[in-house]
Design a protein around this ligand. Structure first.
Ligand code: CO8
Length: 258
């Protein structure tokens, strides 16, 4: 029987781990894998048992980018008609927090995939890069946009123009990752953070994500208004009242997500 391209495991306390599983081609992201990943993210968002998602690859590679085999014959029209933005949208629109656990290479579409996460935990030997230029191409899923917003023009421009990789420590210094840990600890740490988040109010987490992700590209005044409105909305939720009450009663809060 063929190995599944994606493996999803429940780790308890509301954490689901999504693992890319095409090790022979370094987890290259072909259309089938990407469709399955998109479907899975939609499914996990609808799954009441899942509160936070950890996204990971293998020990030596997170993902080596798009499947280059596919690039030999694909035409412009083929590429357009694929509407691959829908694969990414399923991840971008996740209301539940996503924590990427990156070991080894995160290159091209793999680096872009990691950047779709809310928090990135990198193992010490992780390497990030946008090497598309080395194959006569350019980034196509956020490498010229999300990367620039994450680390600034001159660091990002150097990465996309040279195609050279950076180490986990460099990525940490630049602000591309949230935390660097020993390689063996990457998944454990990501799950630990996911478990922490899974005990918080899902509706508050979703509001933080929505406001932060929309607001970052808006003029400050509008973004602050958006933040204020979301903050106000939370005052009509069970979870906000429960959070305040539990604090004052010195007990753990029991959140319901509404
Ligand atoms: N696509 C297809 N096959 C790949 C890919 C890939 N991206 N990466 C590796 N492979 C295959 C190799 O061809 C090789 O196959 P075979 O065993 O048949 O010879 C096998 O995987 C193992 O590869 P290596 O021998 O090269 O393994 P190493 O461990 O020595 O090196 C590397 C690992 C550094 C990851 C290396 O394989 C590499 O540089 N890969 C290509 C990285 C790259 O250029 N990525 C960018 C691709 S373009 C892109 O991502 C555009 C994004 C557009 C939008 C997003 C769409 C998802």
């Amino acid at each position: 029987m063929e190995e599944p391209l994606i493996i999803c495991e429940k780790k308890g306390e509301g954490v689901s781990v999504v693992r890319l599983n095409r090790p022979k081609v370094r987890n290259a992201l072909n259309s089938v894998l990407r469709q399955q990943m998109a479907d899975l993210f939609i499914q996990l968002n609808d799954d009441p048992q899942t509160k936070a998602i950890v996204l990971t690859g293998g020990d030596k590679v997170f993902a080596a980018g798009a499947d280059i085999n596919d690039f030999l014959t694909t035409s412009t029209v083929d590429m357009y008609l694929r509407h691959s933005e829908r694969y990414w949208d399923a991840i971008t629109n996740s209301r539940k927090p996503i924590i990427a656990a990156v070991n080894g290479y995160a290159l091209g579409g793999g680096c872009e995939l990691a950047m779709h996460a809310d928090i990135i935990i990198a193992g010490k030997s992780a390497k990030f890069g946008q090497p598309e230029i080395k194959i006569g191409l350019m980034p196509g899923a956020g490498g010229t946009q999300r990367l620039f917003r994450a680390i600034g023009k001159h660091k990002a421009m150097k990465m996309v123009l040279t195609g050279n990789m950076i180490s986990a420590d460099e990525a940490d210094t630049m602000g591309l990752v949230s935390e660097v840990v020993e390689d063996e600890a990457t998944i454990t740490r990501a799950i630990e953070i996911a478990k922490q988040l899974s005990h918080y109010s899902p509706i508050a987490l979703a509001q933080i994500k929505e406001v932060a992700n929309l607001g970052i590209d808006m003029p400050l005044e509008g973004a602050l208004a958006l933040e204020r409105k979301a903050f106000q909305i939370l005052f009509n939720t069970h979870d906000q009242k429960e959070g305040a009450k539990a604090f004052l009663e010195k007990r753990p809060a029991e959140y319901k997500g509404h």
